[in-house]
Design a protein around this ligand. Structure first.
Ligand SMILES: Nc1ncnc2c1ncn2[C@@H]1O[C@H](COP(=O)(O)OP(=O)(O)O)[C@@H](O)[C@H]1O
Ligand SMILES: [Mg+2]
Length: 412
C-alpha cells in the first residue's frame, strides 16, 4: 500500500483539493470583486452557491487568500443555527485581529470596539446571554454596531486596508443579525471606502438574503455544480502525475464514471484508489478493489438514512423526481408526472423536505438535497417501487422490522 502521507487527495470538507478544476470563472469573478473593492471601485458582493460537497468552501477560501494578499482585513464567519451570527462574527473579528501581526494601534482599537458590541459566544456566557440579536447587542453606554463598524471601515481605509467579510453557510445566518451587516455593505458601496461580502451557501441563499434586504437581488450569485467528465479526469490525473505516479486508462475511466463529477466523490474514490496501489501505477485492479467498499460507505453516510424512512407516497414522489432528471424542477412537473396536481402532493413534498431528502432552492422549485440522489434512486429502483406500491398501514410495520437502526445525519 502507498504511504498515507503521500496521498495527494483531500477528503475533508473545505480542504483545498490538489487540483482545483473547473472553478476558474468563479475564482476570477471573486478576485475581480476583491480587486475592485481594493481600488475603491463599485462592485457587488459575490455569493457562491451549490449543494453540499460541490466545493463552495474551497472557492471561498481561495477568494479569502486573494483578498489577504491584496491588503484586505478578512473577517471569516461560518454561520450555524446553533450560535447567534453576531457571536460568530465576533470570533471572526478576533481571529482577523490575531492573524494580522502588525496592525496600527488605532486600527486595532477600532476592531476591538466592534468586538465589544457583539455578543459573546454562548459557551463563554451563563444563561445563554449570547443569544441577543446583533442589532440590540452591547451595554447601554456602547455605541451601536453600525456606528463602530463605520468607524472601523474609516480607520481601515486610512491605513490602506479594507474590510472583506467572508461568510460560509450564509443561508444559516439569522436574518436579524445579517441585516445590519448587509445594510452596512450597501451603504459603503459606491463610496470611496467600500467593504465587501464574499459568501458561500446552499442554493436557497439568494432567497434567504432577500429577506435581509431586497438589494441583495443585485448581488452576484454563482452556482457551482458537477464537473464535466474531462474536468473530472484532470482532477484525478493531475495530482497523481504531480506525485510522480501513473494511473491506467481503465482505472481512470472507472473512477471518472463512479465519481460522476461530484467533487466530494472525486476525492473519496481517488484517495481510496491511491491508498490501494503499490509501486508506481494505480491499476484497474486497484480501482476495482476499492469501488464496492467506497460506494457502500458513501451510500450509507449520505443516502441510506434519508431514504429508508419514506412512506409509499414519498417513495412514489422521489421516483417521479428522479425520472424527470437531475437538477431543480418545478413542483408542477413532479405533480404532473405523478398524475396529480401540485396542491394535492404538497404535503408529501413538505415531509420530504423535513426528512432532508428534498430541498427548495427557490419558491416553486424542488431538488434532491444531496447530489447524485437520482443515481441512487435509479440503483435502488426495484426496492423503491415495491415500497411505493405497498399499502401504507402494513408497509410501515414491515419496514420498521426489516431495517437496521437509524444513523446520525451525514456530514455532507
Ligand atoms: N473543483 C474541484 N475539483 C476537485 N475536488 C474538489 C473541487 N472542489 C472541491 N473539491 C473537493 O470536494 C470536497 C468538498 O469541497 P467543499 O468545499 O467542502 O464543498 P462544499 O463547501 O460545497 O460542501 C473537498 O474534499 C474538496 O477538496
Ligand atoms: Mg462548505
Amino acid at each position: 500500500m502507498a504511504g498515507l502521507f503521500e496521498n495527494p487527495f483531500r477528503t475533508a470538507p473545505g480542504s483545498d483539493p490538489p487540483a482545483l478544476v473547473g472553478r476558474d470563472p468563479e475564482l476570477a469573478i471573486a478576485r475581480f470583486a476583491v480587486g475592485m473593492t481594493h481600488s475603491a471601485a463599485p462592485t457587488a458582493p459575490v455569493i457562491i452557491t451549490g449543494l453540499r460537497g460541490m466545493g463552495k468552501t474551497v472557492v471561498l477560501r481561495r477568494a479569502m487568500a486573494d483578498a489577504r494578499a491584496n491588503q484586505a482585513i478578512v473577517v471569516y464567519a461560518e454561520a450555524t443555527r446553533r450560535e447567534p451570527f453576531g457571536a460568530i462574527l465576533r470570533s471572526g473579528l478576533q481571529a482577523a485581529q490575531e492573524s494580522i501581526g502588525s496592525l496600527p494601534d488605532k486600527l486595532k482599537r477600532a476592531i476591538e470596539k466592534v468586538i465589544r458590541v457583539l455578543p459573546k459566544p454562548e459557551y463563554e456566557l451563563p444563561d445563554r446571554a449570547g443569544a441577543i440579536a446583533l442589532s440590540g447587542a452591547g451595554e447601554p453606554d456602547q455605541k451601536p454596531f453600525m456606528t463602530v463598524l463605520r468607524e472601523l471601515n474609516t480607520q481601515a481605509w486610512k491605513h490602506g486596508r479594507y474590510l472583506v467579510f467572508a461568510i460560509d453557510e450564509i443561508q444559516e445566518a439569522q436574518i436579524n443579525d445579517l441585516s445590519p451587516l448587509v445594510r452596512f455593505i450597501h451603504e459603503t458601496a459606491g463610496t470611496a471606502q467600500p467593504a465587501l461580502i464574499v459568501g458561500a451557501g446552499l442554493p436557497n441563499s439568494r432567497d434567504h438574503l432577500h429577506q435581509a434586504h431586497t438589494y441583495t437581488e443585485r448581488w452576484r450569485y454563482l452556482e457551482i455544480g458537477l464537473l464535466t467528465p474531462d474536468q473530472t479526469r484532470e482532477a484525478i490525473v493531475k495530482p497523481i502525475r504531480d506525485a510522480g505516479q501513473v494511473i491506467s486508462h481503465h482505472g481512470l475511466d472507472a473512477l471518472v464514471a463512479e465519481s460522476a463529477g461530484y467533487p466530494f466523490f472525486i476525492q473519496e474514490y481517488a484517495s481510496a484508489a491511491w491508498m490501494q496501489h503499490e509501486g508506481k501505477t494505480i491499476t484497474s485492479a486497484d480501482v476495482a478493489a476499492i469501488l464496492p467498499g467506497v460506494r457502500r460507505i458513501l451510500e450509507t453516510s449520505l443516502y441510506d438514512s434519508r431514504f429508508r424512512a419514506l412512506t409509499p407516497r414519498e417513495c412514489a414522489y422521489i421516483l417521479a423526481l428522479a425520472d424527470i432528471g437531475p437538477g431543480p424542477r418545478t413542483v408542477y412537473e413532479v405533480a404532473d408526472r405523478l398524475g396529480s396536481d401540485s396542491k394535492r402532493v404538497s404535503s408529501i413534498r413538505n415531509q420530504l423536505v423535513k426528512k432532508d431528502v428534498l430541498f427548495v432552492p427557490s419558491g416553486g422549485m424542488v431538488e434532491f438535497r444531496i447530489p447524485l440522489s437520482d443515481r441512487y434512486v435509479q440503483a435502488h429502483r426495484t426496492e423503491l417501487e415495491r415500497r411505493a406500491a405497498a399499502k401504507p398501514s402494513t408497509s410501515i410495520d414491515v419496514r420498521r422490522e426489516s431495517l437496521p437502526p437509524q444513523d446520525g445525519k451525514a456530514a455532507h
